[in-house]
Design a protein around this ligand. Sequence first.
Ligand SMILES: C[S@@+](CC[C@H](N)C(=O)[O-])C[C@H]1O[C@@H](n2cnc3c(N)ncnc32)[C@H](O)[C@@H]1O
Length: 262
Amino acid sequence: MSTEDAVTGRVVFVGAGPGDPDLITVRGLRELQQAQVILYDNLIDESLLEGLAAEQIYVGKEGDRHSLPQAELSQRLVELAKQGKRVVRLKGGDPSVFGRLAQEALVVAEQGIPFEIVPGVTSCVAGPAYAGIPVTHRGVADHFSVVTVHQSSDTTVFSIPPYNAKNTVVLMMSLGSVDAWQKQMLEMKYPAKLPVALITRAASATQRVLVTCLDEVDRAVAEASLESPTLAVVGKVVALREKLSWFDPALMASLDPEATTE
Ligand SMILES: C[S@@+](CC[C@H](N)C(=O)[O-])C[C@H]1O[C@@H](n2cnc3c(N)ncnc32)[C@H](O)[C@@H]1O
């Protein structure tokens, strides 16, 4: 710890990984153990926080628990660090992938607070992997795109790339807008029978994977009544799941008596 750090605290943005709390990095876990205050989101498996000495503050944006508005949250990070505290801002997956990292880090940086970023395993790659779907595969997919399809009042068209047979498209925050992204992809001439996998609560004891195709995805999702968090994988690599499916949520549930399966 430098002299500067001893006077002012610091903020460490840590990625927790998706689902299984074991997916946090060694470095991330060390930061949690050394933290004095941890501010954490709703996608965090709370078993990750058990037994830690740090004060723990929930700042998630879902559910009926109270959550801070973004500006207040960033200001809270600054105030805690100015009190000399070692603050961990714990986010699901990787903090820099649709994790509002920049909104918070910019405020912290503007105030001259030292900060670090500890990357995490992101659900956009790990989620498919837990479903037996590698996002690239030689000869099948030589690139992948990660797109938010979160529908807000100012979003009418998503940033979905033009169709390329060798691209895998991962759609994040995909559940609330299935009809809209399906329509847009079909209008963009994505093939109607292109395989689609919807992966819910990846890497957890309640993981679900629904495989369908683009022109049937709206009906399949309605019938399956999936829940958040869910991501969608669109592309030929989805077919690999037939041979590469490896993760057994029921087995994980049996190892964790507190987890429930459907
Ligand atoms: C606000 S984004 C945060 C992404 C996160 N920073 C990451 O790197 O994974 C939330 C979206 O990520 C996806 N997601 C996060 N965790 C997931 C999981 N365990 N299973 C499936 N999708 C997940 C879902 O699409 C969800 O709507």
